[in-house]
Design a protein around this ligand. Structure first.
Ligand code: ATP
Length: 225
């Protein structure tokens, strides 16, 4: 579904990604793990077309994305949930949810989203800013699901959240997979990563240094970060 070959990325003269090869198959959940500054966010931003100083190839659903602008990548079914969650303060929960256009037949109707995220249903008229961090994260995920994204790109969805919310996000990722969705997520919490993902890529200094299935990842999680 997503195939990245020889991806380099720069900020001016500074190289942030070095020859990254990575693939995610339809229906998989895959994590990117690595220390701060390893290049994880740059990689997801490059896939979304938000970081343009890149070379190499990124192919999504058979289409080379090199000339495809960011807004069209979203319309092709790539759903980006950035680490600051991107919730609009002046809009209600429901307005935030309904804001992105529906890009394809989504398994996630507005009703199904509210069923899966009852807290958002309860608070649908509340301003986006009155939500807790965990509720904002759920809204951000709910929004891309409802828009029909077939592949979610999540930047540290569990960062700073209470264990009960982390567990809810785990359930949601499992549900996304069981409804045919695909997820590529940045996750610093290796224990969480081991409970949600099929495979893992370990990045260091802009390069993929390990590609592990979940059994190997679990066996080695203590030594990885
Ligand atoms: P973190 O978890 O801290 O976000 P990361 O693995 O996502 O880390 P990136 O944010 O992709 O890493 O950063 C990769 C490299 O690119 C780092 O060396 C970082 O300092 C550099 N970098 C990131 N953003 C910029 C920027 N806007 N300008 C210059 N350099 C940047």
């Amino acid at each position: 579904m997503l195939e990245i070959r020889g991806l380099d990325a720069w900020y001016g003269e500074a190289q942030a990604l070095r020859g990254v090869d990575l693939e995610v198959h339809a229906g998989e959940v895959v994590t990117l793990v690595g220390r701060n500054g390893a290049g994880k966010t740059t990689l997801l931003r490059s896939v979304m077309g938000l970081h343009r100083q890149v070379s190499g190839s990124i192919v999504f659903d058979g289409t080379d994305l090199a000339k495809v602008p960011a807004h069209r990548r979203a319309r092709m079914g790539l759903g980006w949930v950035q680490d600051d969650r991107g919730i609009y303060a002046s809009l209600t929960v429901e307005e935030n949810l309904l804001l992105p256009p529906v890009v394809s037949d989504s398994a996630w109707s507005t009703e199904k989203v509210y069923d899966a995220f009852p807290v958002l249903a309860d608070r649908r008229r509340a301003p986006g800013t009155t939500l807790s961090g965990g509720e904002q994260q759920m809204l951000a995920i709910a929004r891309v699901l409802r828009s029909g994204a077939r592949m979610l790109l999540l930047d540290e969805p569990t960062e700073g959240l209470a264990p009960v919310i982390v567990s809810r996000i785990r359930d949601i990722i499992h549900e996304v997979r069981s409804t045919g969705g695909t997820v590529l997520l940045i996750e610093q919490n290796v224990k969480f990563a081991a409970t949600v993902a099929d495979r893992h890529y370990l990045l260091a200094q802009g390069a993929v240094v390990e590609s592990l299935d979940n059994a190997d990842f679990q066996a080695r999680q203590g030594e990885l970060l």
